[in-house]
Design a protein around this ligand. Structure first.
Ligand code: SF4
Length: 329
């Protein structure tokens, strides 16, 4: 039997902006198995981070609203929890790390106190025990001079070290699920590799499940077991990592694969997907990729393709694939 730690069903999150209300996440569904890593990939504005913030129930209430769906964490719908109960889940059972470690840490609080506060609030660990655990966590994420670092401020650390501190904060209550939103974007290439190795290593040590959100296919390839490609609030393709790299089906996924800079020689012009992600207010009734797709047909303008399983573990939503399968293309 599948052991899914998380199951998201038909999640829909909207935002009010001048001119109306628009769906940033539009009927997203997926499952995450315990101990596995799901990579969510897509361009900026495709709904990756809004999906994560909806799971954490951190959508800003003034303009945003989770309109529909279920977020089943170990079978419990987080969207039904009272705020107090959700506060216990955040940081304790599910933790999140963000892309800008320098601005996510409090600049006027010492590193040791920032990590220690989480242990105090969620686990009631204080005094010498608190300090001991903070030092253990800093060691776990590979920070040297841990006894000194606890008395330093974020501006005294490099970007890579700040991200390690953020990871230590996220992991100090040994959550069952870690959501990492662009965890390496603000870091230079060598530090990126170290942070990805660290996430992989700690995931195995703690048997944690992880969602990694990124626009970088290199990151996806490095850490994911499964990949979900999002475009304009929809899931367009989902498959195990080797399958999606070997056999991408959706034209958007193919476009992402064909524009990886590492596949081009020095001086060779890079390929990119034509056009840009449409504004939420400009989305068509049909396929949201229609204006950028080289294979667009009439039906794509009128109807929205549905996500279908094409073989075990591989789902795609595209009329081109449907018609090819039916022998009509
Ligand atoms: Fe392109 Fe049509 Fe497939 Fe959309 S449904 S990706 S427009 S072929």
């Amino acid at each position: 039997m599948e052991d899914n730690i998380l199951e998201v069903r038909d999640l829909t999150t909207s935002f009010k902006v001048s001119g109306g209300k628009f769906k940033a996440v539009d009927g997203v569904s997926f499952k995450l198995k315990r101990g596995k890593v799901l990579g969510i990939v897509g361009e900026s504005g495709c709904g990756k981070s809004v999906t994560a913030m909806s799971i954490m129930r951190l959508i800003e209430k003034q303009n945003g609203l989770i309109e529909n769906g279920e977020v089943l964490f170990e079978g419990i719908n987080l969207l039904d929890l009272k705020e107090l109960d959700m506060n216990r889940v955040r940081g304790n059972e599910i933790s999140m790390i963000f892309q800008e470690p320098m601005i996510s840490l409090n600049p006027v609080i010492k590193i040791g106190n920032q990590i220690g506060e989480i242990l105090k609030v969620h686990r009631n660990i204080t005094g010498a025990q608190n300090k001991k655990r903070v030092i253990e966590m800093l060691k776990l994420v590979g920070i040297k001079r841990e006894e000194e670092i606890i008395n330093e401020y974020p501006h005294q650390l490099s970007g890579g070290m700040c991200q390690r501190v953020m990871i230590a904060m996220a992991l100090c209550c040994t959550p069952k699920l870690l959501i990492a939103d662009e965890p390496t974007t603000a870091l230079d290439v060598t530090v990126q590799a170290q942070v990805l190795d660290l996430i992989n290593d700690i995931k195995d040590k703690l048997n944690m499940s992880v969602i990694v959100i990124t626009h970088d296919l290199g990151v996806i390839c490095e850490v994911s077991d499964e990949v979900m490609v999002m475009y304009a609030g929809n899931v367009v393709e989902k498959a195990p990592v080797e399958e999606i790299f070997d056999n991408p089906i959706h034209p958007y996924t193919m476009g992402l694969m064909n524009s990886r800079p590492e596949d081009f020689k020095k001086g060779e012009p890079l390929k990119c997907i034509k056009g840009k992600v449409p504004k939420l207010s400009e989305l068509s009734e049909g396929c949201k990729f229609v204006n950028r797709c080289d294979y667009a047909m009439d039906i794509c303008k009128r109807c929205k393709p549905q996500l279908k399983t094409i073989k075990s573990g591989h789902d795609v939503s595209c009329f081109k694939y449907d018609l090819e399968e039916e022998g009509k293309l």
